[in-house]
Design a protein around this ligand. Structure first.
Ligand code: ATP
Ligand code: MG
Length: 254
């Protein structure tokens, strides 16, 4: 059985896709057979890994129950993608119904069966798609951007995670909240970090993702940051996050 991890936050532009793509890439480079499901109609993870948005093979096909010929290879050997396309907006309605969620879960069970890790990049909303993702995964990683309102946005997603856990997916765990686009030179960023740690304790990942233009540049070249500039701070951040979140836990690797 693969370990299934959703990357979710209803807030836009917090680093979900950057985290999903780069975490998936480091897990694959680390030897795990990895599947990245682009569950966002914007398709940023799809284009960020240099793939076309194709409604016939990809997440939209899986939502309709298709399981064969839906995966796309990527520049990273052990990483495959279930690509998105704009038609995926239709999935919001389909997945808000129980039958729709059951059909996509059955399809994803089959598609994901041969992988060690499955990551899902969710859209910036708490609609049918994100709820279907949370209903299917083992755990969720919540990226948050270092800003004053970070805690407020978190309260909403944490309560949705709790609702899903007490409802359709009792095994759902919060793997961690990851601070992204962090600038250690800004005292304000340090304050946000301290505030988060005071409230969420060990649920805040030890690894902090720095602000690093290499992450945006890599996506514009259609490759993960480790392929674009493996010595960059962004690459180092996601390698560390991969180690911290790996199935064996982080302690043994430090
Ligand atoms: N650590 C970082 N340093 C610098 N730029 C970053 C970093 N993380 C993300 N970015 C950039 O910030 C923008 C938003 O990131 P990203 O697309 O990953 O967020 P998102 O949460 O997936 O957004 P959406 O909610 O629209 O799906 C992108 O242009 C991305 O390249
Ligand atoms: Mg995104």
């Amino acid at each position: 059985m693969p370990l299934r991890t959703a990357i979710a936050n209803q807030k836009g532009g917090v680093g979900k896709t950057t985290t999903a793509m780069n975490l998936a890439a480091v897990l694959a480079i680390g030897g795990r057979r990895t599947l990245l499901i682009d569950f966002d109609p914007q398709g940023n993870a799809t284009t960020g890994l240099g793939l076309p948005k194709d409604p016939a093979r990809g997440t939209m096909a899986a939502v309709r129950g298709v399981v064969d010929g839906v995966l796309s290879p990527t520049p990273v050997e052990k990483l495959q993608v279930l690509a998105s396309c704009p038609d995926l907006v239709e999935a919001e309605g389909l997945l808000s119904r129980k039958e729709g969620r059951e059909r996509v879960r059955a399809a994803l069970d089959t598609i994901g069966a041969d992988f060690d890790e499955v990551l899902l990049d969710c859209p910036p909303s708490m609609g049918g798609i994100t709820r279907a993702a949370l209903g299917w995964v083992d755990r969720v990683v919540v990226p948050i951007q270092c800003e004053f309102f970070a805690m407020e946005g978190l309260t909403q997603i944490l309560s949705v995670i709790e609702q899903v856990r007490t409802g359709e997916n009792p095994r759902l765990e919060l793997a961690g909240v990851v601070l992204t686009m962090f600038d250690p030179r800004l005292p304000f960023h340090q304050e946000v970090l301290e505030n988060l740690r005071a409230h969420l304790k060990e649920k805040v990942c030890r690894t902090i993702i720095p602000r690093d233009v290499a992450l945006a540049e890599a996506a514009s070249h259609g490759v993960p940051v480790v392929d674009y500039d493996c010595l960059s701070l962004g690459a180092y951040g996601y390698l560390e996050l991969g180690k911290e979140l790996a199935r064996h836990g982080g302690e043994a690797t430090r």
